[in-house]
Design a protein around this ligand. Structure first.
Ligand SMILES: Nc1ncnc2c1ncn2[C@@H]1O[C@H](COP(=O)(O)OP(=O)(O)OP(=O)(O)O)[C@@H](O)[C@H]1O
Ligand SMILES: [Mg+2]
Length: 324
C-alpha cells in the first residue's frame, strides 16, 4: 500500500461558520479539479493543513506529498532543487539528481510562503507556470509537470506588488487561482468546535476520562480576537491543559485562563459575581500590561517606558500575573 494511503479522509479541517463552509467547499473542489492553487491567509489560519486536505482528497492522494519552504530556496539552487540537475552541470554536481517536480510525480508539491522568493526566483516560477514545462539543469530534455502545485502565502501580495517586492505579472497569474482562508476573528462561530476538538485530543493524550471547559471560560475564548488564529488557540488550550492539576481539575474555568495564558479577561465588576475590588483592579492592571506588551512588541524596556513605570516594577507585575 502506498505510504500516503492512510492520509485520505483523516485530515480534520473543522469549522461550521458560513465563511468556513464556503472556503472548505472551494478547497474540496480544488482538490478534485485544480492544478495550481494559491492558498492565502494570515499565519495560523490553516493553509498548510488545507494543502494536506487538498492532497488527501485529490485523485492522486496515494502519490507523494512534498512541502518546500521558499525560505530554503536560493537563487543559485532554485532550478536545481525544483527541476533537478545532471552530473557536471555545475561545480559540485557529482551525479544526476531529481528535483521536487520529478519526485512528486502525480502527487502534490506545496511551495510555502512564496512571498519569500527573490524577484529572480519569481521570474523562473512564472515561466514554469506558463506551461508547466521544465528541464533539469544541464539537460536539454523537456519534461512536463504532472502533479498539483499549491502555493501559500500569509502576506498581502497586492501590497508587496505595490512595494515592488513581488512581480506584478506573477501576482496576476496566481491571484486568479487564489483561495483565501479567513482569519478566525471573522468566523468566531468556529471557535467552540475547535476548542472541543482540541480538548478531545488533549484528553486522549493525557489519558483522562473527562476534560471539559466551563461556560465562563468558553465565553471569553469565543470573544477573543486570536490574531495568531488557530495556531494561537491550539497553543493556548494546550498550555492551559498542561497546567491543570489532573487529580482534581478536569474542567477549565476562567481562573485557568488568568493563570496560564495571555487572554484578556473582562474587568467589569458584575453584581452577580463574587469579585472584590482588589480582584477587579488586578484584572484591570493585568489587561493593561498585556495590551502594552502587545503594543510594544514585547520589548520590556519600551513597555515600562510606555506605562511610566520602571523595568523592575514591570517585571514584578509580570511575575505576579504570570505573564513572563
Ligand atoms: N479548520 C481547522 N481545523 C482544525 N485544525 C486546524 C484548522 N485550521 C488550522 N488548524 C490547525 O492549526 C494549526 C495551524 O495551522 P497551519 O499550520 O495549517 O497554518 P498556516 O496557515 O499554514 O500558518 P503559517 O502561515 O504560519 O504557515 C495547525 O496545527 C493546524 O492543524
Ligand atoms: Mg503553513
Amino acid at each position: 500500500m502506498p505510504a500516503q494511503d492512510h492520509k485520505k479522509h483523516h485530515i480534520r479541517f473543522i469549522g461550521v461558520s458560513p465563511l468556513f463552509r464556503e472556503i472548505k467547499q472551494s478547497i474540496l473542489k480544488a482538490a478534485k479539479f485544480g492544478i495550481t492553487i494559491l492558498l492565502s491567509g494570515e499565519t495560523g489560519t490553516g493553509k498548510s493543513l488545507a494543502a494536506e486536505l487538498i492532497h488527501s482528497e485529490s485523485p492522486y492522494y496515494n502519490h507523494p506529498f512534498i512541502q518546500v519552504s521558499s525560505a530554503d530556496l536560493t537563487n543559485d539552487l532554485f532550478s536545481s532543487q525544483l527541476f533537478g540537475h545532471t552530473k557536471g552541470s555545475f561545480t559540485g554536481a557529482t551525479g544526476d539528481k531529481k528535483g521536487f517536480c520529478d519526485q512528486v510525480g502525480k502527487g502534490t508539491l506545496v511551495l510555502e510562503d512564496i512571498d519569500n522568493l527573490t524577484v529572480e526566483m519569481q521570474g523562473r516560477l512564472l515561466t514554469f507556470l506558463d506551461k508547466f514545462h521544465y528541464k533539469a539543469l544541464g539537460s536539454s530534455q523537456q519534461k512536463k509537470f504532472n502533479g498539483k502545485l499549491i502555493l501559500t502565502t500569509n502576506k498581502d501580495l497586492a501590497l508587496l506588488v505595490k512595494e515592488q517586492r513581488f512581480r506584478h505579472d506573477l501576482y496576476h497569474r496566481v491571484s486568479d487561482i487564489e483561495l483565501e482562508i479567513p482569519p478566525l476573528r471573522k468566523r468566531k462561530e468556529d471557535i467552540k468546535l475547535l476548542i472541543e476538538a482540541l480538548l478531545e485530543e488533549q484528553r486522549k493524550q493525557y489519558h483522562l476520562k473527562k476534560l471539559t471547559i466551563a461556560q465562563d471560560a468558553m465565553n471569553i475564548l469565543q470573544h477573543y480576537d486570536w490574531y495568531g488564529n488557530i495556531r494561537e488557540l491550539e497553543k493556548t488550550i494546550n498550555k492551559i491543559v498542561f497546567h491543570l492539576d489532573f487529580k482534581v481539575e478536569q474542567t477549565i474555568t476562567k481562573r485557568h485562563l488568568d493563570k496560564g495564558s495571555r487572554i484578556r479577561t473582562e474587568w467589569k465588576m458584575k453584581p452577580t459575581e463574587q469579585e472584590t475590588l482588589p480582584m477587579v483592579v488586578a484584572d484591570f492592571e493585568r489587561n493593561i500590561i498585556i495590551e502594552a506588551l502587545d503594543y510594544c512588541s514585547e520589548v520590556r524596556q519600551d513597555t515600562a517606558k510606555y506605562l511610566g513605570i520602571s523595568r523592575r516594577t514591570l517585571q514584578n507585575k509580570m511575575n505576579r500575573y504570570e505573564l513572563s
